[in-house]
Design a protein around this ligand. Structure first.
Ligand SMILES: *[C@@H]1O[C@H](CO)[C@@H](O)[C@H](O)[C@H]1NC(C)=O
Length: 403
């Protein structure tokens, strides 16, 4: 008994030492376990396999980029009757566009009506993420003077459609393999006088409804191709593009432009002249991510910028784009529709001259009236603004604006 009692304090004295070292052990190990846990979770859960993408410093909004809020004077046509009139075009006085729910429509501006002209996919239960591939989504189209239209439905392929007879022919689908890869996310097109269709596909892996992952992944698997209607031959003109987007031929068809959205730049592919067959940069470090390019009346091009890039002390999106693991982690924890909400609310369209210099810009500095601009077209004194996600067609009378 007497021997046992002195032992007791000894064991009591030992305990705190054990607690101390185990506390230290947990302090050291916990962060390591957490980091390994996040790593494993991210690798297992993330849908994307991104590369870092370096854009350099975003432009300062001065000179031609000086914010002006002209876009806040625009009207919203057919508000809440439509969604995402991506690529509006004027043909014989009427405006046409493809919509988010898969319809291709004619806007009857006199009677304020939307008329469905064409649907390439199913017509039931359209407008949801789940059904988008079945319903289709027309993205780019061109109408020839005789009413023949060439139209890209990103899910269903390239079609020829006659606006007068409604006769429809499929030319090819996005599953077609050209030089080793298919053409997932077919995007925009233009056509020359010799029957060459110039078109872009933005990704090999992701469909349009997952376009955010194309942006985040920076996989550089987009391309500019041509397809000849007579020989039925394809050619890859530019490959390794980070989200190839809008396509536009020059007025005399000696070059074709293609927007590389995620790199904020526009390439020029030379069709004729001393540089024929080569590509050069047409415009670089744009103040936003370029979507469609369309010609303007007095030379040059209008370009819709899907999101603005403005130099600020710290730009979280531009920073994030340079960190592959951050993108991978965020794609694991956030739902895909969270990302567009992170972008600053800003509406922006730019005009570029034939040398590739920005000479006019139209802003909505809060994105209150016009945002998510995908295309700008000119018709008389009006500019129309397409959008990949806005519930209206924008229109701005520029007669009295000093542009
Ligand atoms: C294109 O190829 C990718 C990768 O092999 C595949 O995941 C995708 O489903 C294909 N897309 C089409 C439209 O066939």
């Amino acid at each position: 008994m007497g021997k046992k009692s002195p032992k007791k304090p000894a064991t009591v004295a030992k305990k705190p030492r054990n607690e101390k070292s185990s506390k230290l052990f947990f302090l050291a190990v916990t962060p390591i376990v957490v980091v390994i846990g996040i790593y494993i979770f991210t690798v297992l859960k993330s849908p994307i396999n991104p590369k870092s993408s370096e854009l350099g410093l975003a432009p300062v909004f001065e000179g031609a980029l000086e914010p002006n809020n002209h876009l806040q004077a625009a009207e919203r046509l057919f508000e809440n009757e439509i969604l995402g009139p991506e690529a509006p075009m004027v043909y014989k006085g009427n405006v046409y566009a493809g919509l988010h729910d898969g319809r291709f429509v004619k806007f009857d501006l006199k009677n304020n009506k939307v008329e469905t002209l064409l649907r390439l996919g199913q017509s039931e239960n359209c407008g949801s993420y789940e059904n988008e591939p079945k319903c289709g989504r027309p993205l780019g189209f061109r109408i020839l003077p005789d009413g023949t239209m060439y139209i890209i439905d990103t899910y269903l392929g390239l079609f020829k459609f006659n606006l007068n007879t409604h006769e429809k022919t499929k030319l090819f689908g996005p599953d077609l393999v050209v030089e080793g890869t298919n053409m997932t996310l077919l995007n925009d097109l233009d056509i020359d006088d010799e029957g060459n269709i110039y078109f872009s596909h933005s990704s090999v892996r992701w469909e349009r409804r997952n376009f955010v992952y194309v942006v985040l992944e920076s996989a550089s698997d987009g391309r500019l191709l041509s397809y000849n209607l007579h020989t039925k031959k394809f050619r890859v003109l530019i490959d390794s593009l980070d989200f190839a987007n809008g396509v536009q031929l020059s007025p005399n068809q000696d070059y074709v432009l293609v927007a590389e959205l995620t790199r904020a730049r526009i390439w020029k592919y030379h069709i004729k002249g001393p540089l024929a067959g080569e590509k050069t940069i047409f415009a670089d470090n744009l103040p936003g991510l370029p979507d469609n390019i369309r010609p303007s009346k007095n030379g040059g091009y209008w370009i819709g910028l899907g999101a603005a890039r403005k130099r600020t002390a710290f730009n979280i999106i531009e920073w994030m784009m340079t960190k592959a693991f951050v993108k991978k982690f965020l794609a694991a924890v956030l739902s895909i529709d969270t990302f567009p909400k992170l972008a600053p609310k800003y509406g922006l369209a730019i005009h570029i001259d034939e040398k590739g210099r920005i000479d006019k810009t139209l802003h909505d500095t809060t994105g209150r009236v016009i945002a998510k601009v995908s295309q700008v077209i000119e018709d008389g004194d009006n500019l129309y603004f397409g959008s990949y996600g806005s519930p209206y067609l924008g229109r701005l009378n520029v007669k009295n604006l000093k542009l």
